[in-house]
Design a protein around this ligand. Structure first.
Ligand code: N01
Length: 512
């Protein structure tokens, strides 16, 4: 493997130049760094926080875990035979990512505390100029965002919130300094984060109020530690770990098949979800209020063996009346009732469909990407590159999230593809490439067509998968192996190259 020395970053004397600039140090950013290192491309990674890990660093709420089995939710090239749990807990995933960082010596390529604010493309230089919040400037030929879409906490703008006198924080910004023992705790939201944290805190708090706007389908699942002998076998018996990974992969794909092609099969999930409620909750009225009226899979399917049991405890209350305002001491619901609260936990999710508005990107001729996406909807070619935006790539970009399988699989397809794009620019003796409009349009037309029958659109729910026009701009439309096939090798015909050595003078004249 070629080891590239990182750009020496003397940020006091002007812009820092590098060939490829990566944003973020989650699975995407770290994976991209490894790919660039392998290809011998000079690169730097900008990270807003002071440690690696992305979502697995930020989300440290009690019970935080991954709902995709760890043997699949990890890099294929960096297996870990001794995962402690089948569905890994957050600290172990964060440790894994830190371990990968050390093993590949990535820390020296990372600038911590560097939150990217804006970027613009210089037509004459064929370079991106990228600015961080503290005013530092980076100049790079390639700009690759590994920021993902689940990193900007969304806190509803409830009337009176600013005057609340207790503690209040978001699940992704858990305040470990706040002791919940014996307190009146309100959890707002019943998505993936809430269903993991509620069972963890319920026996500690004095009173739990769970504010539910829409019930979630929660299927049964127990997550016991993997026995030592099995972990030993994964490490020592050839083929066992790979066989497990393959088995998990195809099980998850079967779920994806039902979600995208045969939503009627999801009735099995509904049966399991209803059984899970019946099994844990005696009160018929509470069961009714916990049972969703939309199809399983329409929102993210959740798994827990103790969520409903936690809500059924005598000191828990499920509140389904809408929140109308927050007072200095509590929460008032639409029925006019005020409940005293010491701590509010916002498990209210993230800015997803508008996450792209948080970094200002201006392409050739100063075209604003946010304006374009606001106008046309968020879309990219193969979910990665954007028409007429040279050398700009998104990892887990538009329509490449998943509702059924490991996003790490998608990320690996994407980092390979971006590596190929960089290789194609070099091979063509060019400075830049961007997908053609027609390639991007036909890719997205087919994708949106495929999505029409998927449960996310037909299942009768609203979710952050859909934008304000009801269009799914978030999830991939089919099987993940289809995405792998679609990105396996970059088709040069789908791209326009610019800054080709022989053509450059006239192109520059045109650019002026
Ligand atoms: O957020 P969510 P999350 N008043 O958006 C409610 C990933 N993840 O943090 O359904 C009252 O799912 C909202 O109600 P409704 C995973 O991709 C993965 O839980 O919109 N309630 C909903 O109940 C996941 O999908 C893992 O009606 C309000 C909740 O808040 C994503 O992160 C673990 C409200 C938000 O649910 C986000 O999950 C955890 C309001 N004004 C998270 N606004 C893994 O295991 C919102 N809500 C991999």
């Amino acid at each position: 493997m070629t080891v590239v020395e990182p750009t020496v970053a003397d940020t006091t004397t002007g812009p820092v130049h590098t060939r490829a600039l990566v944003i973020g140090t989650g699975f995407s950013g770290l994976g991209m760094g490894i790919e660039l290192q392998r290809r011998g491309v000079d690169f730097l990674i900008l990270e807003k926080a002071d440690d690696v890990g992305g979502t697995w660093r930020d989300n440290s709420y009690p019970g935080c875990a991954c709902d995709i089995p760890a043997h699949l939710y990890s890099f294929s090239f960096e297996p870990k035979p001794d995962w402690t749990y089948m569905w890994s807990l957050q600290p172990e995933i964060l440790d894994y990512l830190r371990g990968v960082t050390e093993k590949y010596g990535l820390r020296r390529y990372i600038h911590f505390g560097a939150r990217v604010e804006r970027a613009h493309w210089d037509d004459a230089e064929y370079r991106w100029h990228v600015f961080t919040e503290d005013g530092r400037e980076y100049v790079a030929q390639f700009l690759i965002s590994g920021a993902g879409a689940l990193h900007i906490p969304s806190i509803p703008d409830f009337e009176g919130l600013a005057d609340f006198e207790g503690e209040a924080f978001h699940s992704a910004q858990w305040d470990h300094g706040v002791d919940l023992t014996g307190k009146k705790v309100a959890v707002i939201g019943t998505g993936a984060s809430a269903i993991q944290l509620v069972p963890e805190i319920v026996d500690k708090v004095g009173e739990l109020q769970l504010y539910q706007r829409t019930p979630a389908w929660v299927l049964p699942r127990s997550n016991n530690p993997i026995p030592g002998w099995m972990r030993d076998a994964f490490g020592s018996v050839p083929g066992t770990r790979a066989a497990l990974r393959t088995g998990i992969y195809w099980f998850q794909e079967a779920l994806g098949f039902a979600m995208t092609k045969r939503p009627e099969l999801l009735v099995l999930g509904e049966k399991a979800g209803k059984w899970n409620i019946r099994h844990q909750v005696r009160d018929r009225e509470l069961r009714r209020r916990l049972t969703p009226s939309y199809q399983v899979g329409c929102k993210r399917v959740l798994f827990s063996n103790n969520y409903f049991r936690a809500i059924a405890k005598p000191h828990s209350e499920l509140v389904t009346d809408r929140i109308s305002r927050i007072t200095p001491r509590g929460i008032v619901t639409a029925d006019g009732k005020e409940r005293d609260v010491d701590v509010i936990v916002f498990a209210t999710g993230f800015h997803v469909t508008d996450s792209y508005t948080y970094v200002g990107i201006k392409g050739p001729g100063g075209e604003d990407l946010v304006d374009r996406w606001n106008r046309e909807g968020v879309q990219a070619h193969r979910g990665i590159a954007v028409a007429d935006m040279p050398n700009l790539f998104f990892l887990l970009g538009p329509n490449t999230g998943l509702g059924h399988n490991s996003v790490v699989f998608m990320i690996e397809s994407q980092i390979r593809y971006v590596g190929q794009a960089i290789g194609a620019v070099d091979k063509a003796g060019a400075q830049a490439l961007a997908p053609t409009r027609s390639a991007q349009d036909s890719f997205n037309a087919e994708l949106q067509d495929d999505l029409q029958g998927a449960v996310w659109s037909t299942g009768g729910c609203s979710s952050w998968y859909l934008d304000e026009h009801g269009k799914n701009r978030t999830l991939w439309s089919g099987m993940t192996w289809q995405y792998w096939l679609s990105t396996r090798s970059l088709k040069r015909s789908e791209y326009r190259f610019s800054g080709v050595a022989s053509a450059r003078p006239s192109q520059r004249a045109a650019a002026r």
